[in-house]
Design a protein around this ligand. Structure first.
Ligand SMILES: [Zn+2]
Length: 463
């Protein structure tokens, strides 16, 4: 009895950590790691980005492998790169996107030089390691491996490396504008987003995938009033109008309704970080509870979750007179609003205008783009689950949304299903270092990712 129990425990454990069917050859792993280090050594801090040098770096590797590719020079030492490994065209293409620029790094806060690509205790360190040059390397070496293996492909595999994601998305915008023909028919585009989270022993705990992002809607509100010398207060003071409006806007924001996008139940529970069953209004299970406004209110006490559950408004700026003793002609507020995917901007603006209730207000849209939500039950998601479950049976694969935006939204707007998933394993502490100090990626998790993506592409080739 005891022995049987032990045996079943052993087989259970071995199921949990099944290896890949065909692990990458050691030589390929070494090559990928060395190339990753070299890639991190090319400083593409944005501004100024200067991604032409990384585009040339990638081109040289692709040329050597005989993979068709092209650099698009954007001027000012900036560039995009496009590469394609052709299939027989019987299935639509899949694209892998990453940005070559990184956010700046201040060496005085790092324990290794940020552009050294140094390896310490099983981690590759460098600005861009997990945002997002590491993903770029997994994408690149998956193409290289498939090419070397002479795998018969049904789908074209497209590799996209763009400039300027961290500042203005110049690269993605120019690619979409200048070369729409290259993006035609893409069924799935895989961009930066979430990963497989592992524990301290390297065991996969769950995978998370970004389905959508909120739409940024940046507004400038201008209020008119009667100007004059401040020694004689005016009832019709433009600054007073702006202040009153600010109060009404805050009230309006508090009343904005909750909306739970389909498939986000697990993501909300996981990101809550505590025991959701203790929140007031919890009933039966997460899906039922999310229909209860009382429960939603409790969840929304966590600012990150609040932002996933409703449209939001942050008042970020206010301007009145430059002089203390002058009542100005006009005063203004700036608002950073973020709308859930699928929301109607015009309806939101109309409601906001009504809430402000000031006939003098002029609302200008400074930045907006529609953000969509890719389906959580697509062929890509099914393949990802299938492949991850082969490695780790029952591993939760959890859809989520992002409250800020990346290049993904620009491609979703073209009607492409975009998923935010980086094929590697990352521990919690490491994942928090994106844009922070000592950014890094674990070597074991990186190698694991090479196999995950290889197997995923082969699965998508069949299904
Ligand atoms: Zn990024």
């Amino acid at each position: 009895m005891k022995r049987m129990l032990l045996l079943s425990l052993v087989s259970f454990l071995s199921l949990q950590t099944a290896g890949w069917a065909k692990p990458a050859p050691e030589g390929l792993q070494k090559e990928a790691l060395k190339t990753f280090q070299d890639y991190l050594r090319l400083d593409t801090s944005n501004p100024p980005g200067q991604e032409l040098k990384t585009a040339r770096f990638l081109k040289q590797i692709l040329d050597h492998e005989g993979i068709e590719n092209q650099i698009f020079d954007l001027g000012n030492h900036r560039a995009n790169l496009y590469a394609i490994l052709r299939g027989d065209g019987s299935k639509p293409p899949i694209a892998f996107l990453h940005h070559m620029d990184v956010v700046p790094a201040d060496p005085q806060f790092w324990s290794v030089p940020p552009f050294s690509g140094q390896i310490e205790k099983g981690f590759v360190y460098g600005r861009g390691a997990i945002d997002i040059k590491g993903k770029g390397m997994v994408d690149l070496f998956t193409l290289i491996r498939l090419k070397r293996e002479k795998q018969p492909l049904k789908r074209d595999l497209i590799f996209l490396a763009v400039a300027d994601e961290e500042v203005n998305s110049l690269g993605a915008r120019r690619l979409i504008h200048d070369h729409p023909e290259l993006l035609k028919k893409i069924e799935f585009l895989i961009d930066e987003g979430k990963t497989v989270t592992e524990d301290a022993q390297g065991k996969a705990l769950y995978a998370m995938v970004g389905m959508g992002e909120k739409s940024p809607l940046w507004l400038k509100l201008t209020f008119q009033g009667t100007p004059g010398h401040a020694s004689v207060p005016m009832a019709d003071n433009a600054v007073n109008r702006a202040l009153q409006a600010a109060g009404r806007i805050m009230h309006f924001a508090e009343q904005l309704p909750f909306q739970v996008l389909p498939g986000l139940e697990d993501s909300l529970r996981l990101q809550f970080g505590g025991d959701v069953t203790r929140l007031p209004g919890y009933q039966k299970d997460m899906a039922t509870s999310l229909k209860n406004p009382l429960f939603l209110k409790g969840l929304a006490q966590v600012p990150e979750l609040n932002a996933m559950l409703r449209n939001t408004i942050s008042i970020t700026g206010m301007k009145g007179s430059d002089k203390t003793n002058i009542i100005p002609n006009q005063a203004s507020l700036t608002l950073d609003c973020r709308l859930l995917p699928g929301q109607n901007k015009e309806v939101f603006l109309k409601q906001l205008n009504e809430a402000i209730g000031d006939p003098s207000v002029k609302i200008e849209v400074e930045e907006y783009y529609q953000s969509l939500f890719s389906p959580p039950d697509s062929g890509y998601m099914r393949s990802l689950k299938r492949v991850l479950h082969r490695y780790s049976p029952g591993l939760p694969v959890i859809p989520t949304i992002f409250t800020s935006s990346t290049d993904s939204s620009l491609f979703r707007a073209l009607g492409i299903n975009v998923y935010g998933f980086e094929a590697y394993r990352v521990d919690e502490a490491t994942s928090q270092r994106a844009h922070g100090n000592d950014e890094r990626l674990g070597v074991a998790g990186f190698f694991w990712g090479l196999d995950l993506l290889h197997e995923l592409v082969l699965d998508l080739n069949q299904n």
